[in-house]
Design a binder for this molecule. Structure first.
Ligand code: 5GP
Length: 194
């Protein structure tokens, strides 16, 4: 049995921190590495945080049917390739994906492209977890502290957070007011489904 954890949450929800904690503690979970056309932030590593590619390359990959899902988000493209999922599954039977609400929706509902269909199997479980901040103010404060975005992106990331909870279909919702408590909850979910 293989399991995919699909994790979503607005920028500033604490999603990346929680995912990294889980990956560090449990060697049987492999993260998938997405492709993106957004610029690399300082500290990011190509091939580890993302595969950073230009728009032409991304478009070529779409044409070749290499993505199981892809989206345009905050003006950039993001996508999960079939290759990265297969690589993760070569190592273990558990992988974890960080997807925006739209990508999560497509994957959790199986979408209608062939690569998503190829992930359909009686032997595959897909568990969706949505991480939310305790309040909108907390989100604004966290994003301001993080300060990694341009003003424009900051505002679009804030407004995007309104959309998340309404549309996607998740199995769990974690309200991240306290990182230790949220991590304990995430570990419980992992233990149930691993
Ligand atoms: P960031 O620019 O902060 O790294 O990511 C922006 C958003 O893109 C986040 O919500 C993240 O979950 C989402 N994201 C990252 N990789 C993928 C992907 O491969 N597919 C989808 N659908 N969303 C992604």
């Amino acid at each position: 049995m293989k399991t995919v954890f699909v994790i979503s949450g607005p920028s500033g929800s604490g999603k990346s921190t929680l995912i990294n904690m889980l990956i560090n503690d449990f060697s049987d979970i492999s993260p998938t590495v997405s492709h993106t056309t957004r610029r690399m932030r300082s500290g990011e590593v190509d091939g580890k945080d993302y595969y950073f590619v230009n728009q032409e390359r991304f478009a070529e990959m779409i044409q070749n049917g290499q993505f199981i899902e892809h989206v345009k988000c905050f003006g950039n493209f993001y996508g999960t390739s079939l290759m990265t999922v297969e690589r993760s599954f070569e190592k273990n039977n558990l992988c974890i994906m960080d997807l925006n609400w739209e990508g999560a929706y497509n994957l959790l509902h199986d979408g209608n492209n062939n690569n998503v269909l190829s992930l359909k199997s009686d032997n595959l479980k897909k568990i969706g977890v949505l991480i939310l901040p305790p309040s909108f103010k907390t989100l604004r404060d966290r994003l301001q502290k993080r300060n990694s975005e341009t003003n424009e992106s900051f505002e679009s990331r804030l407004s995007e957070s309104f959309v998340v909870e309404k549309i996607a279909k998740y199995d769990y919702v974690l309200i991240n007011g306290n990182i230790t408590e949220s991590y304990n909850d995430l570990k419980e979910i992992y233990n149930i489904w691993k």
